[in-house]
Design a protein around this ligand. Structure first.
Ligand SMILES: NC(=O)c1ccc[n+]([C@@H]2O[C@H](COP(=O)([O-])OP(=O)(O)OC[C@H]3O[C@@H](n4cnc5c(N)ncnc54)[C@H](OP(=O)(O)O)[C@@H]3O)[C@@H](O)[C@H]2O)c1
Length: 319
């Protein structure tokens, strides 16, 4: 890890009726509100693997990621490693975590999976401290772990509400709480937290999710103010609907998904009229973590293909 200077980054609704699958992305999944294991090969996620022959904007940098056992986090871990970073990441699913770690190492990169649940303070602290001790500090933190939920307020259990807030909002707070001391000691760092386009665009069944992702924006703004003069930049990333296990219905056949996915984009996403690939979101994360945005902090950066600029909105069918 290198010394930081101030202001541095690091030198570091409408469901296609023919498919008859209204629940696929009905509100919940469209904003990334479901979740199930569904392995996506790196190439299919728009991710380039391997470090050999690459420039390496992050060569030797220590990068921490929460929630990289699948989806956006996994794609970002692969992308950072491909640019020379040493990546420490967590998630609850050990088998998936070890698979991502192996994938990165097999491609010539450096990564360590550490099992941790972002809802549990001492697990987050242990994870953060272990990444810092393994890789010599923390240059970049991508606080990304999240879960969805798609229920109308009167149908949602109190436990589900609490779980969404504990993961998405409290989890980001805990990560920042334990990351910042390492960055202060080093004189700076970059923190990026995953919010969502759903923070800006509520849906009838999105109360818990939208509230949690707005909370992320709030934590980010406060942290940006708290640590700006200490060389730590903090920004929120707002992905739009992205093809990850979060939005894919569990067990859907690849062929059905290949039909459904473009139709969903055309009907529900203004602007680019398609979902993002996880690798496209990862590239935005790397950009924000790079030296290219030294004056950006406290911002909410939408990478959503234009969906929040437009008017279309996935409507789950409120009563
Ligand atoms: N896909 C979208 O359309 C979309 C849109 C906007 C925002 N987002 C946000 O993007 C982030 C990543 O989602 P994704 O689309 O990549 O979905 P995903 O493939 O389901 O990934 C979610 C990640 O979060 C981890 N996670 C969940 N709960 C956790 C916990 N308690 N402790 C530790 N890790 C936990 C999961 O790991 P384990 O299951 O192994 O714990 C997994 O690695 C989330 O914050 C999501 O809200 C997604």
């Amino acid at each position: 890890m290198t010394q930081h200077t101030n202001a541095r980054s690091t030198s570091t609704n409408t469901t296609p009726s023919g498919l008859g699958r209204r629940s696929f992305l009905g509100g919940a999944a469209a904003a990334g509100m479901t979740g199930a294991a569904f392995g996506t090969p790196a190439h299919a996620a728009g991710v380039r693997t391997g470090t050999r022959g690459r420039g390496g904007r992050f060569r030797g940098k220590s990068v921490l990621i929460t929630g990289a056992t699948s989806g956006i986090g996994r794609a970002t871990a692969i992308a950072f490693a491909a640019e020379g970073a040493h990546v420490g990441f967590c998630g609850r699913r050990a088998e998936s975590g070890r698979a991502v770690e192996r994938e990165i190492r097999d491609a010539g990169g450096e990564a360590t999976y550490i099992q941790a649940d972002v809802r549990v303070a001492d697990q987050v602290q242990r994870f953060v401290d272990r990444v810092a001790s393994t890789y010599g500090g923390i240059d970049v933190a991508f606080n990304n772990a999240g879960v969805g939920s798609g229920k109308l307020p009167h149908e949602m259990s109190v436990e589900e509400w609490d779980n969404v807030q504990a993961t998405n909002a409290r989890g980001v707070f805990l990560a920042i709480k334990y990351e910042v001391p390492h960055m202060l000691r080093a004189g700076g760092g970059v923190i990026i937290c995953t919010s969502s386009s759903a923070a800006e665009q509520a849906r009838p069944n999105g109360a818990a999710y939208t509230a949690s992702k707005r909370a992320v924006q709030g934590v980010v703004k406060a942290a940006a103010l708290a640590y700006g003069t200490k060389g730590i930049r903090v920004n929120a990333l707002l992905p739009g609907t992205t093809d990850t296990p979060f939005v894919r219905p569990p067990g859907i056949a690849d062929g059905d998904w290949a039909t459904y996915k473009p139709a969903f984009g055309r009907l529900n996403i203004d602007g680019l009229e398609r979902m993002a690939e996880a690798g496209e979101i990862a590239r935005a994360v790397l950009g924000l973590a790079s030296d290219d945005f030294p004056y950006m902090t406290g911002s909410s950066v939408a990478v959503d293909g234009g969906s929040t600029a437009g008017r279309k909105m996935i409507h789950p069918g409120a009563p």
